[in-house]
Design a protein around this ligand. Structure first.
Ligand code: C5P
Length: 233
């Protein structure tokens, strides 16, 4: 059932959206490896805009300043030979781990609510579209950035499970973490992401929703992979 309308300019896209801690990042990366495809971590772009705004003392209510910053963001994503680890550089400085902090996540969700920032990042995200395919991870991959993606997945999980996953992730990276503070921060970020007028976090009408609360990573990867095989046959 290969058709141009079901691919993005002939390149297959799997859009994986969902709230923080739903497992999107890990699952998207594993799938990209399994399929030998490219990977877009769109959340990293919003985190980078937030970090750059802080560094250049641009106020989060200065929409024009944020949009200009987003349009000219000097970033580099560098993958290792196996495509496993991506190192991220902002203005020449490595920020791979730095942008993963909860503070950066919160800043990201503030700048992400500004429509002109989203517009400025649109083409940059589309530029990740290269053969043989793209796994696009974010909040609006299936609704706005890649509306013709062949497969759209919306991952969810309970707030408690997502906070506990995020807690483990931060601890593994040797970063400070407090579970009850994380619960509050994630709840606040979810609310901001879901209720903003610019590309709110919502499942695309044609997305398959998977609740990952009680599923292991490998189970979710297997399920998405099976869905992909079904639609691509
Ligand atoms: O996925 P991650 O936690 O890195 O995203 C950080 C923030 O960036 C999210 O809370 C959300 O506000 C914003 N974001 C977005 N659209 C995307 C990806 C991320 O608004 N496609």
């Amino acid at each position: 059932m290969e058709s141009e309308e079901m691919t993005e300019h002939g390149v297959d896209v799997v859009a994986i959206d969902g709230p923080s801690g739903s497992g999107k990042g890990t699952i998207s990366r594993l799938l990209a490896n399994k399929l030998g495809w490219h990977f877009l971590d769109s959340g990293a772009l919003y985190r980078l805009v937030g970090l750059a705004a802080r560094r250049h003392s641009i106020n989060f209510d200065d929409e024009q300043g944020l949009a200009t910053l987003a349009a000219h963001l000097d970033v580099e994503f560098v993958s290792d030979d196996e495509g496993n680890e991506t190192r991220i550089f902002l203005e020449g400085e490595e920020v791979t781990d730095g942008i993963r902090s909860e503070d950066c996540g919160n800043d990201a969700s503030k700048v992400a609510a500004v429509q002109s920032v989203r517009d400025a990042l649109f083409e940059r995200q589309r530029a990740f579209l290269h053969a043989p395919g793209l796994i696009a991870d974010g909040r609006d991959m299936g609704t706005v950035v890649f509306p013709d993606a062949r497969l759209k997945i919306f991952l969810t999980a309970s707030l408690e499970e997502r906070a506990s996953r995020r807690y483990k992730q931060l601890k593994e990276k040797g970063m400070d973490a407090n579970l009850s503070a994380l619960l509050d921060e994630l709840a606040l970020r979810d609310e901001r992401d879901r209720n903003r007028s610019a590309a709110p976090l919502v499942a695309a009408k044609d997305a398959v929703t998977i609740d990952t609360s009680d599923l292991g990573i490998e189970q979710v990867v297997a399920e998405v992979y099976a869905l992909w095989q079904r639609v691509s046959d």
